[in-house]
Design a protein around this ligand. Structure first.
Ligand code: ATP
Length: 472
């Protein structure tokens, strides 16, 4: 046989030394006769420490916790096992007996495979599987959240038949299907969110996410992470998994940036980039992420004024001002009060199982109130009224006045025991407050009441009327 003759020319020790797995050979007594280089590498033991030693002694000295050789000698069979060696490495060992022609065990050849790499890969696989599960769960949660927001939005309906509301509904119909940014302005509680819901519901994106962010409610230092997300370990305290930003959650859908005036200037720059380049970069990230999000911004503040004071970026203002919708306060569309009252009274009567109605003069007082908190206030006061009233109570004007803290009329005032000065003062306050509510600025009040603007300001101060949000 030629191959046998050829083999005689090869140096088996050299061959054994180039193998990746460790080789250990013991004689029939369990005395080590050979170890290759890979064995030295894996175990960290030198040839001299092992060769000539009995495997039992090696186990006793604590170099291995288990050796297969004694069992192979005993059983005369191949044995597979794992063993941890003194340096902490786990090895897969296979001991195979080599028999002489009498069928006796002559040598035991043991291969050692370092399991560290394998265990590391297995661990990584386990970790990635766990991470995948977390991502899947988060995605599922996000989808549920989006679905919840969508359902909530579907419920909203605009009540009101005033010219102002008709005009707003017309604007919603014009803009909803166009993919442009919308800026909704108006005092607190006028229905900016309700209008944004209607735009979303009537847009082509109505079956895609609708994410609402109140920029004033999230602390400025957290807003960036909330909006744009971050990569894992982006900053101290960041989650090790990283975080998906609200813009990414809103992808292909719509985002409502409520109270946009409260967005810090440095974030305004980032927002501008989202609008212009249609992409975001997570905090700590390097790769920009393409996005397709429609932006609806809302504010009760005067953005133009903030621009002139350097508190809002002019370029962003014009990017948002593509289609502005202004919602007037309830006091200038008093015809809506009755419809809204009817609507919410039915809602709360049903909710609390009551049949409360208004007396005609009570409704007049109700409608003449200035509703500084607008529809939100009307809704809240009405709910309170339903709660505190008897099941079939007919609400009187005095109950409404008490509830709304409205001062009494002239006849009621005269009989109240107050001094002449006090009665005149309260009458003056009522006139001035109504005029300010009606005309909005001290300049216009002065014009209509034919007095100096400085007198309006002085009297308002003296009578304790707040002019904070009124521009001269
Ligand atoms: N036209 C409307 N028809 C029915 N409900 C309305 C209408 N406008 C507002 N509401 C109700 O009034 C409340 C306040 O409305 P909304 O939150 O939209 O006001 P907002 O202008 O966004 O307030 P804020 O500036 O404080 O965020 C909500 O409960 C909303 O459902």
């Amino acid at each position: 046989m030629t191959y046998k003759r050829d083999l005689e020319f090869y140096d088996f020790e050299r061959i054994a030394d180039i193998l990746y797995d460790g080789i250990y050979i013991a004689d029939k007594h369990g005395k080590t006769v050979f170890v290759n280089k890979a064995y030295e590498r894996i175990t960290g033991l030198k040839r001299e420490q092992v060769v000539g030693k009995y495997v039992g002694d090696l186990i006793e000295t604590g170099l291995f916790n288990y050796g297969v050789t004694p069992d192979v000698i005993k059983t005369k069979k191949q044995i597979n096992a794992t063993s941890t060696i003194h340096n902490g490495v786990t090895v897969l060992i296979t001991g195979t007996p080599l028999f002489n022609n009498k069928g006796e065990v002559e040598l035991i050849v043991v291969t050692n495979r370092d399991m560290s790499d394998l265990l590391r890969i297995e661990n990584e696989l386990k970790k990635s599987k766990e991470q995948m599960k977390i991502v899947e769960k988060t995605e599922e949660k996000n989808i549920q959240e989006i679905e919840h927001l969508r359902k909530k939005s579907v419920e909203s309906k605009i009540i009101g038949e005033s010219e102002e509301i008709k005009n707003i509904i017309q604007m919603i119909n014009q803009v909803a299907k166009l993919d442009v940014n919308v800026l909704i302005t108006g005092e607190t509680g006028v229905g900016k969110e309700v209008v944004s819901n209607e735009i979303y519901m009537n847009s082509t994106r109505h079956n895609k996410p609708f994410i609402k962010v109140n920029c004033a409610a999230i602390p400025a230092n957290l807003l960036e992470a909330e909006l744009f997300g971050y990569e894992k370990g982006a900053f101290t305290g960041a989650s090790t998994k990283g975080k998906l930003g609200l813009f990414e959650l809103a992808n292909h859908g719509t985002i409502l940036l409520d109270e946009i005036a409260d967005m810090p200037l440095d974030l305004q720059v980032k927002l501008l980039r989202v609008i212009q380049q249609r992409e975001i970069t997570r905090i700590g990230g390097t790769k920009p992420i393409r996005l397709d999000v429609r932006i609806i911004a809302a504010t009760h503040g005067d953005l133009k004024e903030l621009v002139s004071k350097g508190k809002f970026r002019e370029d962003l203002y014009y990017r948002l001002y593509v289609f502005p919708i202004y919602i007037p306060p309830l006091r200038v569309r008093t015809s809506d009060i009755e419809k809204l009252t009817d609507y919410f009274l039915t809602v709360y009567n049903n909710k609390y199982g009551k049949e409360i109605t208004f007396k005609k003069d009570a409704l007049l007082v109700w409608e003449s109130y200035s509703w500084p908190g607008n529809i939100r206030e009307l809704q809240n006061v009405l709910e309170r009224l339903v709660i505190i009233s008897n099941p079939s109570e007919i609400i009187t004007s005095s109950k409404v006045k008490k509830l709304l803290n409205i001062e009494m009329d002239d006849k009621e005032s005269i009989g109240s025991g107050e001094s002449y000065k006090k009665i005149i003062e309260s009458f003056e306050k009522k006139v001035l407050q109504n005029a300010i509510d009606l005309y909005g600025t001290t300049r216009k009040v002065a014009e209509h009441l034919k007095i100096d603007q400085s007198t309006v300001v002085k009297k308002a101060k003296k009578l304790g009327i707040k002019l904070k949000k009124i521009n001269n």
